[in-house]
Design a protein around this ligand. Structure first.
Ligand SMILES: Cc1cc2nc3c(=O)[nH]c(=O)nc-3n(C[C@H](O)[C@H](O)[C@H](O)COP(=O)(O)OP(=O)(O)OC[C@H]3O[C@@H](n4cnc5c(N)ncnc54)[C@H](O)[C@@H]3O)c2cc1C
Length: 504
């Protein structure tokens, strides 16, 4: 029989890598199996016309000294290696609204954040202070987020049921300020009457504390964690797609790869979407009722992306992102029709070591539902398997790209003159790269009306099979990192690891 690892991890997304690194550091033999040529899932970058594009890391929060993500990265030995650029202190995100020439700035640091918005809303100091206080209060209820050991569900329960829309509307009647305070909600796909305020709070808090870009792309995060895993004896096998999770006598014995070989382990952690994990696991321990519950959970919408390569020195680099929405649509930005799309978009610039003054690229992201590309769902396409999805799909992408560019150009006149070329991606691209079913950007939707239903436990009914990744607690690099910690504490049976990270 082949080697038997203490831990086999399926998928090398952020959650899988964090689990692998922590457990390797704790002395376990670890093997990570990744289906793609490149590790990292959404941390992957790709190069077009010599320009590096990120697939799912445009900026990061919480990386200031002593802040939550900083501490985890310090513990994993990668913080000093990353090439980070602090975004503009006075404006990391700019909110743009149709029919309004103002640009509303989100600044770093709570007092700075309040003072910047007071310039546009001089009578709203009370509302802005209430908003910031509530964010801080809510974040304090999540021990792990604060790298605090201990704590229990009771602490969180009191805040899980707060609705984002109800809360925002309760602090101010100024519709413009309401729209500005949730203006960058593509970060978490706000759904009015559904999105809990804790999701908004944890994400916004991390960026208000400090906002950063990875110079030359976020794949360095995966690269350096992988190096650390290997330094601690772990193995990462790329091009190793898991097809089946083999259960015998009530526990997982091995996973079967696409080439028919098996990898054996004592414990297994899946970084795949929970629905995919359950589909691959045949066991009477997993009841149909549980499977159906997970399958019926809604996933967030997908994205349509244009990655633009600029003509040399044509577009000034700025250290902030832009979030645009059509007037009156901030609460329903994902409910577009063919006619009124896009109701929103965001703009990211890559930080490049080659070109600090001028941007060499720009990424545009708008929403796109899976049903809009469903007719091509039988196709499969990644760089490693460059099958074409056909001319109809190419024409569809071109039409969408031109429409989005027209819309963006209204706020950025002259943009098209700077474009050398562009590349597009749809929910199908994400489906095929990260291996979910519908190209969802952020996984399972959280619901304030039924918060516990949308929290996925890292434990499954099979005692040696665990889950990790963005679908558990929260999405984002920070969210998936926290999910990795949740999985490790469930596996290790205590949260001593949190103290180690805190004291790293
Ligand atoms: C367009 C976009 C922009 C984003 N921007 C930001 C941002 O600016 N900042 C931020 O913090 N977050 C951002 N995010 C979110 C963030 O990237 C994700 O939440 C996070 O990276 C998800 O990590 P994960 O652990 O869930 O793994 P995933 O990234 O989902 O990776 C899962 C891994 O499992 C592998 N896998 C799947 N099936 C198999 C199989 N059968 N066998 C082997 N391997 C398998 C996949 O190939 C993949 O590598 C963005 C996401 C998207 C889509």
């Amino acid at each position: 029989m082949e080697d038997k690892f203490d831990i086999v991890i399926i998928g090398s997304g952020m959650g899988g890598l964090v689990c692998a690194d922590i457990l390797a550091r704790e002395g376990y033999t670890v093997c990570v199996l990744e289906k793609n040529k490149q590790i990292g899932g959404c941390l992957q970058t790709y190069v077009r016309d010599k320009v590096i594009f990120d697939s799912g890391v445009h900026y990061l929060g919480g990386l200031g000294k002593g802040q939550n993500l900083y501490q985890v990265f310090k513990y994993m030995g990668i913080i000093e290696k990353l090439k980070l650029q602090k975004m503009d202190e006075d404006c990391f995100d700019k909110i743009l609204i149709e029919n309004d020439d103002k640009e509303y700035a989100y600044a770093q640091g709570y007092e700075n954040f309040i003072q910047r918005l007071l310039k546009d809303f001089p009578n709203e100091e009370k509302a802005l202070r209430m908003y910031c206080d509530q964010i801080k209060e809510i974040c304090s209820k999540f021990p792990l987020y604060n790298l605090r050991a201990g704590g229990n569900m009771d602490e969180k329960n009191v805040v899980l049921g707060i609705d984002t829309k109800t809360f925002i509307e309760s602090i101010t009647s100024d519709k413009k300020l309401q729209a500005v305070l949730v203006g960058n909600n593509m970060l978490y796909v706000l759904q009015a009457g559904k999105t809990p305020f804790y999701v908004h709070a944890m994400i916004l808090n991390s960026y208000i504390e400090s906002a950063w870009k990875c110079i030359d792309g976020g794949s360095d995060i995966g690269k350096y964690i992988a190096m650390d895993i290997r330094e601690h004896g772990g193995i990462i096998r790329r091009n190793s797609e898991v097809k089946r999770i083999v259960v015998d006598e009530g526990e997982v014995k091995s996973v079967e790869l696409a080439d028919g070989s098996h990898v054996y382990g004592k414990h297994f952690i899946s970084n795949m979407h929970p629905v995919r994990t359950l589909d691959m696991t045949e066991s009477s321990l997993i009841k149909n009722a549980y499977k159906n519950r997970i399958k019926n959970l809604e996933n967030t919408i997908g994205g349509f992306i244009i990655n633009i390569v600029f003509k040399k020195d044509s577009f000034k680099y700025v250290k902030n992102n832009y979030y645009y929405h059509r007037e009156g649509h901030v609460w329903n930005m994902a409910d577009h029709t063919e006619e009124n799309w896009p109701l929103c978009y965001c703009v990211f610039f890559s930080a490049s070591s080659k070109s600090p003054e001028y941007a060499d690229s720009m990424t545009l992201l708008a929403y796109m539902r899976y049903d809009e590309v469903k007719q091509w769902e039988q196709t499969f396409n990644t760089v490693s398997a460059a099958d074409d999805r056909g001319p109809g799909y190419e024409a569809f992408k071109k039409r969408k790209a031109e429409k989005l560019l027209d819309c963006v150009e209204e706020k950025f006149p002259g943009l098209r003159d700077c474009v050398k070329t562009y590349y597009t991606a749809t929910p199908l691209s994400y489906r095929d790269y990260v291996g979910n079913d519908d190209g969802s950007m952020y996984g399972i939707v959280k619901d304030y009306q039924n918060p516990l239903k949308t929290f996925i436990s890292p434990r499954t009914k099979i005692p040696n099979l665990y889950l990790t990744g963005q679908n558990l607690n929260l999405h984002g690099i920070l969210g998936a990192t926290m999910s990795g910690l949740v999985t490790c504490t469930a596996f290790l049976g205590n949260d001593e690891i949190i103290e180690k990270i805190r004291n790293a």
